[in-house]
Design a protein. Structure first.
Length: 337
């Protein structure tokens, strides 16, 4: 069968009763798609119960109709990723499999949140790509709303994507500074007894925010911006009494803020600022009997149209594939209600 010039997506040949044929224009990318010792192919076969055979630059997917269509969609998505110069790792295969399976279970899945498909956040060091539909919806909300909440389990990119958007808005001049904060819950009254300066005492609680910034900005530039207070990383308590104008402000681990702390933080919002609150309702470290400010904010503010609430589940986990399985196991063991 004659084929046209290579395109950015593989060509699907007419299928037989139990087979889908996918033609991949670039044989080198096909090798990367299959993975070392065909491990990516083996993973897809095992998870979806199909058989995938290679015939030159063709892949034949054999199996039940629904399963082979899912496998073809996963292979196509991974090949598209390679076409844009990105790599395909085990976590990418696992993510595409989970997304495809969840979309099939949802009878069509969520609508594409951005017309045009690919979404990327530009920072100084890298392009950041929201990978799941929930992440794309979240990023869209961060650009469209002055106040946005990201709620869900660990590893779903809530904080990472928020910091990436903040850096992108900063380098394009949409905001003048970046302010990142967390409640230093475990320190409590003992903070004063720890050795070192105030910054040295709270730094361990802020480390995840430093890690995210280091991914997006060169070290020397980040150090200079911190010295100039253009980028601030501080405990939540340091926000009291301030008005945060023309800034991109992130409150991380918001489930560990009390109701009064959350109200204090939310009312810091000033002209020209964006505010993002991220948290995981399943990891509250507040003393027993102290209500979470995140839960109260969700209850009180959800009806306000200009405030967005975005939710993540285990299917949005982009860390090690085991993290999603761990979250799902714990969720399944949590009593209803």
């Amino acid at each position: 069968m004659a084929t046209s010039a290579p395109t950015s997506t593989p060509h699907t040949h007419p299928e037989t009763a139990h087979e889908v044929l996918l033609e991949f224009p670039d044989n080198r990318l096909l090798i990367d798609l299959c993975g070392e010792y065909d491990r990516n192919i083996a993973e897809i076969e095992q998870k979806l119960g199909v058989q995938i055979l290679r015939r030159g630059n063709l892949l034949s997917v054999v199996g039940e109709e629904g399963a082979r269509e899912q496998a073809a969609a996963v292979l196509t998505a991974l090949y598209d990723r390679l076409e844009t110069g990105r790599s395909v790792e085990h976590a990418d295969v696992d993510r595409e499999l989970r997304m495809e399976q969840s979309e099939a279970a949802d009878a069509g899945g969520q609508m594409e949140m951005f017309s045009g498909g690919k979404v990327e956040i530009k920072t100084r060091k890298k392009l950041v790509e929201p990978r799941t539909d929930a992440q794309k919806a979240y990023v869209k909300a961060l650009y469209e709303h002055e106040l946005a909440f990201g709620i869900g389990p660990a590893g779903t990119g809530k904080t990472y994507l928020a910091v990436a958007v903040g850096v992108s808005m900063f380098i394009t001049g949409q905001v003048d500074k970046i302010i990142l904060c967390r409640p230093a819950v475990e320190a409590g009254e003992r903070l004063g007894f720890l050795p070192g300066t105030q910054e040295e005492k709270v730094d361990p609680y802020m480390q995840p925010l430093y890690d995210a910034l280091n991914d997006f900005l060169p070290g020397k530039q980040l150090a200079k911006l911190k010295e100039e207070k253009t980028i601030e990383i501080a405990p939540l308590a340091f926000m009291r009494g301030r008005t945060l104008s023309n800034a991109f402000v992130v409150l991380d681990e918001a489930q560990n803020a009390t109701t009064m702390q959350m109200k204090m933080f939310l009312t810091r919002l000033g002209e020209g600022s964006r505010m993002v609150i991220t948290g995981d309702r399943s990891q509250v470290d507040l003393p027993r009997g102290v209500p979470s400010g995140l839960a109260d904010a969700e209850r009180l503010l959800k009806s306000i149209p200009k405030i967005s609430f975005n939710y993540f589940t285990a299917r949005d986990v982009v860390r090690h594939p085991l993290v999603a399985a761990i979250i799902e196991a714990y969720d399944a063991d949590t009593p209803a209600g």
